[in-house]
Design a protein around this ligand. Sequence first.
Ligand code: ATP
Ligand code: MG
Length: 600
Amino acid sequence: MSVEHPESAPPAPSDFIRDIVAQHVAEKRYAKIVTRFPPEPNGYLHMGHAKSICLNFGIARENGGQCNLRMDDTNPAKEEVEYVDSIIADVRWLIFGWADDCLGFKPKGAAPVRNESNGKLDFYLAPVPLDSGNTEPFFASDNFDALYAYAVVLIQKGHAYVCDLSPKETEEYRGSPDKPGRDSPHRTRSATENLDLFQRMRAGEFPDGARSLRAKIDMASPNIWLRDPLLYRIRHTTHHHTGNKWCIYPLYDYAHCLSDYLEGITHSVCTLEFEVHRPLYDWILGALDLPRALPHQYEFAKLNLSYTIFSKRRLLQLVQDKIVSSWDDPRMPTLSGARRRGIPASAIRRLATAVGVTKYDGLTDVAVYEHAVREELNALALRRLAVLRPVKLVLTNIPPDETIACEAVDNPQAENPVKRKVALTREVFIESDDFAEVPPPKYFRLKPGGEVRLKYACIIQCDEVVKDATGAITELRCTADLTTRSGGPNADKKVKGTIHWVSATESIDAEVRLYDRLFTVAEPGAEEDFKKFINPHSLEVIVAKLEPSLKGAQPSDRFQFERLGYFVPDAKDSTPGKLVFNRTITLKDAWLAKGPAPKK
Ligand code: ATP
Ligand code: MG
């Protein structure tokens, strides 16, 4: 049903990271550019992640490269298979038709291959041809054997030691940015003793927190991340991917740089908070004296959107507290929420291009996102007639059983617009706010004695307002001037207002969910108690009247209900027997009229 529409093709973006990659390509530094997107499967992906996906896949796409999807799953306590599955689905959705041929998968079930032929310990993850049909993403946890072997090398080289300080003591010994740390009393253990203890940590001899493996770097370093950071800790916890095989788990900094190396990543692109970790990233790879080209880390500023929170911990709270129905509630800033709300993936990619890639943190006005959504939907959506808050209008000069076929346009912006028939009948519905009994100045819609055009049909005049005993309007009695129909003798007659309508006898009912911003303030995340900024009117459910052609609408279809906004059938709740539509977005920004928002 949806109109074919070529992907809007803005010029290839340019930014400081792409400039670096271009330089490397010019120098022929790498055989192939390989990036990665490494989410932790502890929640659903959100619009912030989309910025990173668009950047990493964009770089791969623009350079004939590859972008690996990797589950950064080193913390078993918070991770779940549900999240892994949702991440795969969301990434595929976002890049579909754009960069899906750059998505790098690992060989199914493959573990890193050990290689010692050059005298240095090395592991490879054999790359899979991109068209191999393989669909399993990389998992950092698939590298646990290799990471363990590398940890043994670090111990043997005197670069790591087993420490018995408790987590609290470790924290105290670390010092603070303006105060150097103190050496752990276990820092001088021999390699033999360290190897024995590390092996026993792995064997499960010690309880959680009893020991850890730490890098031996510099407790006086001005960079706190270099003060003998933890590499491994003990966690007797089942892991969603490795089961009970391990009771020691590597920390992010240790697992990340090595996973990048194993996969042959050339450019490891992450957000600014990791800038201070970069020396550690380089230190670990350097200390291992690895034989192949090393990956390098580059940092960019996160996306922050006004009226939105991105913290996965807080999004989880919204779900758990039933403030929203689920992670894919259309009000959530998640990719699954956006998809269910009818937002095209191309609109999210358009947003990523619009915000660009910089080194400076900022707050992007959510209006930039909404503009991108409207731009994409304007091109994609089929026009339909629907009335959200109906008032009945009786065209007294049309006989009850007469149906007048009018021609409506599906896609007025296309080169070859498609037309369809809509039925004008004696009784129609119009939007209740398209009638004003006491009209304000410059009101060009329907008023007593006034004229208005019913879109695609004809001009009507309001003769009489009928009310019930309470004074509520029950119907508007009007005369239709059928000579003003398209092709009629008075088709050119002009009136100031044109309104939408549906036939009262032919229209169908549908539940329509009207969404608004989830928060009332621009920066809801600025305070811990962010829930006090929830917009109590973020969801309104109504029963609307739709033109009958919408009966078979599918969640993959996109519609503009004329003069109202963009709508999509709800992928979870809409059935042929009971249609449910989500309002993706209004045609205009209603918040603009409200004036500048309070910061919090
Ligand atoms: P949490 O909310 O749990 O701190 P996170 O947002 O850091 O998690 P990850 O799963 O670690 O989530 O993120 C995966 C990747 O997405 C990382 O490379 C991270 O830098 C990037 N990313 C996360 N949030 C944003 C954002 N708002 N803008 C751009 N990139 C982001
Ligand atoms: Mg993170």
